[in-house]
Write a protein that binds this ligand. Structure first.
Ligand code: TAP
Length: 481
C-alpha cells in the first residue's frame, strides 16, 4: 500500500531577509565596491543582494583582524575567550530555527538536514572549542602554545554554516582572529552569523566576513597580512592555493575533494547497509566531500543489495527543501547541475547502466533524481571523478584484498565505509584503507571531538578534536612554548 504525505512546509516567517548585505568588517556591516545576487536554488527566486569584496575590501578586513589580534584577542586569557565562544554557541542554539530555514533557502538542502545536522553540529563545534580555550596548555603542544595571528579562511557551499563553524571555532579558541569568505552561492548564514557575533559582543575585528567569488578568495589567500590559510573546497582550487602560498611563510591546511568507497561484505545486514548506502550518497544531494560515491559490494550479494537499494531509492521524496518530509533537496546551482549532468552523460557514453529513482522533478530550480550506475569499471570517469551530486557508481569485488585495492585506487583519500559483522575484518580493512576517516557499519557521522581530514589529493591537516587545534597554534617553537 502506498501512503501519500501531506505537505508539511516549514514557515519562512522566522527569517528576516534584508534587501542587501554589506561586508562585515571591524564589527560593522560596511559598503563594498560592487554587488551580486544570491538566489534560492529550489525556486531561482532572488533572496538578497550581497556585496562583492574587492582587493581593497579584503585589505580593510585583514587590517581590522590584525588590529583586533594585537590589541585584544591574542592577549585575552583563554578563559575569557572561551566565554565568547560559549555565548556564540548558545546564540546559535537560540536562533537555530532561523539559521536552519535560512540555510535551506540559500543552499537548497532539506530543512530536516539543516535543522537536525548542520545547525546542531555548528553549535556543538563552538561549545567544544569553548572548552579548549583555557586548556590549550594541556593539549600536548607545550605549556603555553601561541596563536598564529590572522587567519584567512575560504569555505564551500555544501555546508555553509557548518564549515564556517569548523573554521572559526578552533581559530578563535586558539587566540587567532579571522577573515572568512563564504561561497558565492551561499553567503546568507555567514552574514547572519556576523549578526550573532554582534549580539555576543565579540570584540570588533575578531571575526570579519567578506563575501564575493573566487577572486575575493584569491585576494584573501594571497594577502601578505595573513599568517595562515585554511581552505575547504575542490582539489583544483586547493592546488592553486598551495601554489599561491608556497614560500610565503603562511601556514596552510587544505580540506579537499573525495571519492569514497563504501564497502559492503556478504555478511552485512542488507537493510542496514542499504540505509547506510542511501545516507552515504543521497544525504545533502551528494554534495558531501566524504560521500560514499563508490559502492563496492561483494559479488555474491550484489543482486540482493542492488534490488533492495533501488526499492529504497524509489521511496525517497524529492522536492521543496522547506518541506519537512523532503529527503532530497535542490542542487545548489545551475553550474553544479551542469557538472553532474555532464559526468552522468559520460557514464552513459562509457557503457555503464543508469537507473534513476522515478520521482518527478519540479519545473523551476535545479534538480537531479537520485541515480545509480551499475556495470561500472574502474576506468570510467564516474568511478574516478568527484561528481558531488546524488549519483552512485557500483563496482563489485570477490575478496577483501580486492576490495582494498579497488577502494584505494583513487587519487583521493578522505573517507571510507565498511559493512560487515566481523570486527576483525573491520580492523583489517581500516588499517589498509588510505582514508582519513573509516566508518564501520555507519556512514557520515561527525563529531567535533573527532579529527577529520584527508590523504593524497583530499588535502592535508585535520579539523576537529585535539589534532585540529594544532593547525591554529604555533607548535614549532615560534612562541614561548
Ligand atoms: P571550490 O570551487 O573549490 O570553492 C571553494 C571556495 O573557494 C569558494 O568559497 C570559492 O569561491 C573559493 N574559490 C574559488 N576559486 C578560488 C581561488 N582561486 N582562490 C581562493 N578561493 C577560491 O569548491 P566548491 O565547488 O565550492 O565546493 C565543492 C568542493 O569542496 C568539493 O570538491 C568538495 O569535496 C570539497 N569539500 C571538501 C570538504 C572537506 S572537509 N574535505 C568539505 C566540503 C567540501 P566561489 O564560491 O565564489 O567560487
Amino acid at each position: 500500500m502506498r501512503f501519500d504525505y501531506a505537505p508539511a512546509p516549514e514557515s519562512r516567517s522566522i527569517v528576516t531577509l534584508r534587501d542587501s548585505y554589506g561586508l562585515f568588517i571591524g564589527g560593522e556591516f560596511v559598503d563594498g565596491s560592487s554587488a551580486f545576487k544570491t538566489i534560492s536554488p529550489a525556486s531561482e527566486e532572488v533572496l538578497a543582494e550581497v556585496t562583492h569584496a574587492g582587493p581593497e575590501d579584503v585589505d580593510r578586513a585583514v587590517a581590522a583582524a590584525r588590529q583586533a589580534y594585537e590589541r585584544i584577542w591574542s592577549a585575552m586569557p583563554g578563559r575569557e575567550r572561551g566565554k565568547y565562544l560559549f555565548r556564540i554557541a548558545r546564540l546559535i542554539q537560540e536562533r537555530s530555527r532561523e539559521l536552519a530555514v535560512l540555510e535551506t533557502m540559500d543552499n537548497g538542502k532539506p530543512i530536516r538536514e539543516s535543522r537536525d545536522v548542520d545547525v546542531p553540529l555548528a553549535a556543538a563545534h563552538f561549545f567544544y572549542h569553548a572548552g579548549w580555550a583555557d586548556k590549550l596548555g594541556y593539549a600536548g603542544f607545550g605549556p603555553s602554545p601561541r596563536p598564529l595571528g590572522v587567519v584567512g579562511q575560504v569555505i564551500p557551499w555544501n555546508f555553509p554554516l557548518l564549515m564556517l563553524a569548523w573554521k572559526i571555532a578552533p581559530a578563535l579558541a586558539c587566540g587567532n582572529t579571522v577573515v572568512l569568505k563564504p561561497a558565492e552561492t551561499t553567503p546568507l548564514t555567514a552574514l547572519l552569523f556576523a549578526q550573532i557575533c554582534q549580539q555576543a559582543d565579540l570584540p570588533p575585528g575578531v571575526v570579519n566576513i567578506v563575501t564575493g567569488d573566487g577572486s575575493t578568495g584569491h585576494a584573501l589567500v594571497s594577502h601578505p597580512g595573513i599568517d595562515k590559510v585554511a581552505f575547504t573546497g575542490s582539489t583544483e582550487v586547493g592546488k592553486e592555493i598551495a601554489r599561491v602560498c608556497a614560500v610565503s611563510g603562511k601556514r596552510v591546511t587544505l580540506e579537499l575533494g573525495g571519492k569514497a568507497a563504501n564497502v559492503v561484505f556478504d555478511d552485512a545486514p542488507v537493510d542496514q547497509a542499504v540505509e547506510g548506502i542511501v545516507n552515504g550518497i543521497f544525504f545533502n544531494q551528494g554534495h558531501v566531500c566524504c560521500a560514499g560515491s563508490r559502492l563496492l559490494v561483494q559479488e555474491s550479494v550484489a543482486d540482493e543489495v542492488l534490488s533492495s537499494l533501488k526499492r529504497r531509492m524509489a521511496t525517497l521524496r524529492l522536492g521543496d527543501p522547506l518541506d519537512k518530509n523532503t529527503d532530497v533537496g535542490a542542487i545548489n546551482s545551475r553550474a553544479q547541475l551542469d557538472k553532474i549532468t555532464e559526468l552522468v552523460s559520460s557514464g552513459d557514453d562509457e557503457g555503464a547502466q543508469r537507473w534513476s529513482a522515478p520521482c518527478p522533478l519540479p519545473d523551476r530550480g535545479f534538480w537531479f533524481a537520485p541515480t545509480v550506475f551499475t556495470g561500472v569499471s574502474q576506468a570510467h570517469r564516474i568511478a574516478r571523478e568527484e561528481i558531488f551530486g546524488p549519483v552512485l557508481s557500483v563496482l563489485t569485488f570477490r575478496t577483501p584484498a580486492e576490495a582494498v585495492e579497488k577502494a584505494n585506487n583513487t587519487p583521493y583519500g578522505l573517507s571510507a565505509g565498511v559493512w560487515t559483522e566481523k570486527g576483525s575484518l573491520i580492523l583489517w580493512m581500516a588499517s589498509r584503507l588510505r582514508a582519513g576517516v573509516v566508518w564501520a557499519n555507519t556512514f557520515n557521522r561527525f563529531d567535533p571531538a573527532s579529527p577529520f581530514g584527508g590523504y593524497k589529493e583530499s588535502g592535508f591537516g585535520r579539523e576537529g578534536g585535539r589534532h585540529g587545534l594544532e593547525a591554529y597554534l604555533d607548535v614549532f617553537g615560534g612562541g614561548d612554548v
